[in-house]
Write a protein that binds this ligand. Structure first.
Ligand SMILES: Nc1ncnc2c1ncn2[C@@H]1O[C@H](COP(=O)(O)OP(=O)(O)OP(=O)(O)O)[C@@H](O)[C@H]1O
Ligand SMILES: [Mg+2]
Length: 475
């Protein structure tokens, strides 16, 4: 007996389903607003949902969220056949496919027998894979635009490898430390990055693309600015790109917009060659109209203006910025932690990244690592030994490029409060986090103080263990 939650929005149909053999209907809901709560409460083995379900929420987003909460729940989503020219709709359905929900596309009237058939044989990925192709194609429309801007550069290479100087910091779970890591990596490059041939430090841009959780402004100590921020920059870009994704034929206007967008990047007060474009206090609705192409344009411009561009973005595939950001970055660093569930979800997410053709540029950062030496050194020890460790994560196939330890809460909160990124610190107890951040930064731009930090940490270890180990060796 399969335990089912019904969200068809169709009472009569539900009555039929309740009689189906092999299924127990736990509950039926009739409004979108109830969906997530019901999934959470019943944790059904199967969820049957259709467009009939009323409510003001976006159904696709709810379904993605439901799948994210309970990956084991099989979701049968019944929707109408889509016209491939309807790019918005194909993109939405493609984002479902990427998270493992394979929609049932129907064009005929829905009979109970047909629904039974769908529940017995939910569609397989192969049957809906074609949606992904449309998704990729629609993202490719930006080619036209790049050709205008890039002239000779090979657009194909760009598609595959991204801009050599653009890096994404992301995570599939909110609150994993994206903003903390991206601010510190960007600032490490700006402050300790190797000088350029002209003797100047690298110019670093930090872009806040996680439009669901705006926080870079606070971390960097920026004041809100209603006139020049992420939204006004995106609005300006929208005025020079047509509905058909073409750049308007008005060079002067384009130059004006480029200049305006550039002025929305603001220098950080302590490290002026770090400039950030942040979302300062925007309401989410204000950012809803951003189209992927607008975002591509922004990244293209930033890649041109700065030596290194770092983007702080969430991984929500329903979000318009996610795909262009992934495609245009040279590398995408996903933040993971030692939560076993988080690792399992990241293992699954690898398939999605593979489907998007970007898995080979993905690397991992382990945040809030449980570094026994560090904890012992600063008396942060815990009563139990950790069982699922960083080594185990690496063994399960994650290419980890930095292991940032759990930073004592007061230290973390104080730096936040002072808007003083930890990488500018001089305290001995932040040497290890600074070193690990520098290792990541060093993959993007050579970092001058990496060796110094490594020596400092080695000395701390020697002080902690040196003598003891010496005795053992002699003995
Ligand atoms: N290395 C660390 N040591 C201790 N605490 C940490 C560490 N990294 C992150 N945190 C904690 O996690 C919180 C979230 O960090 P942060 O805001 O950078 O994550 P985020 O992924 O950007 O979140 P969001 O998804 O909300 O944008 C911090 O406020 C802090 O409390
Ligand atoms: Mg954040």
């Amino acid at each position: 007996m399969k335990r089912v939650l019904l969200a068809t929005g169709h009472e009569l149909l539900d009555q039929h389903i309740r009689k189906f053999e092999g299924y127990t209907v736990e509950h039926a809901i009739y409004n979108r607003s109830e969906l997530l709560e019901a999934v959470q409460f019943f944790q059904p083995e199967m969820l049957v949902v259709s467009d009939y379900l009323t409510g003001s929420e976006t159904l696709i987003e709810l379904i993605i969220e439901a799948k994210r909460m309970y990956p084991e729940t099989e979701i049968v989503y019944i929707t109408t056949k889509v016209n491939p020219n309807d790019t918005d709709r194909t993109n939405q359905l493609a984002s479902l496919v990427m998270v493992g929900v394979y929609p049932v596309l129907v064009d005929k009237a829905l009979t109970p027998a047909r629904v039974k058939q769908m529940m017995d044989n939910p569609p397989k990925r192969e049957e809906v894979d074609w949606l992904l192709q449309y998704y990729r194609k629609s993202a490719k429309k930006k080619d036209d635009l790049f050709e205008l801007k890039l002239e000779e550069q090979d657009v194909q290479d760009l598609e595959e490898e991204g801009y050599p100087n653009v890096f994404l910091i992301s995570s599939i779970k909110p609150g994993s430390g994206k903003s903390f890591v991206s601010v510190n990596v960007a600032m490490t490059i700006a402050k300790f990055g190797k000088k350029k041939e002209d003797g100047k430090p690298p110019r670093v841009a930090l872009i806040e693309a996680d439009l669901q959780n705006l926080s870079l402004g606070t971390l960097l100590g920026f004041k809100d600015d209603d006139e020049r921020n992420l939204k006004t920059a995106m609005d300006a870009i929208a005025t020079i790109i047509t509905k058909d994704n073409e750049l308007i034929d008005d060079r002067r206007k384009v130059d004006e917009v480029d200049e305006f967008v550039a002025s929305c990047f603001k220098p950080q007060y302590l490290v002026k060659n770090l400039e950030a474009l942040v979302g300062s206090q925007l309401a989410m609705e204000e950012l809803e109209n951003i189209r992927p192409i607008h975002y591509s344009y922004l990244i293209d411009l930033a890649a041109d203006l700065y030596d290194v561009v770092i983007i702080d973005s969430n991984s929500n595939l329903a979000h318009t910025t996610t795909l262009p950001v992934l495609q245009l970055s040279n590398r995408a660093y996903y933040i993971i932690n030692l939560d076993f569930n988080n690792i399992r979800n990241n293992v699954r997410y690898k398939n999605t990244l593979k489907g998007l053709g970007v898995l080979d540029k993905v690397r991992y950062i382990l945040n809030e690592d449980y570094n026994v030496d560090y904890m012992r050194m600063y008396n942060l020890e815990e009563p139990e030994e950790l069982q699922f460790t960083a080594e185990a994560v690496e063994e399960s196939g994650f290419d980890i490029r930095g292991r940032i330890p759990i930073i004592p809460k007061a230290v973390f909160l104080n730096r936040l409060f002072e808007s003083m990124p930890i990488c500018l610190d001089n305290e001995p107890y932040t040497v290890l986090p600074r070193l690990e951040i520098a290792k990541i930064a060093n993959e993007m731009w050579p970092i001058d103080n990496l060796e110094f930090l490594q020596n400092e940490w080695d000395n701390q270890l020697k002080r902690l263990y040196g003598k003891k180990k010496g005795i053992f060796r002699r003995g």
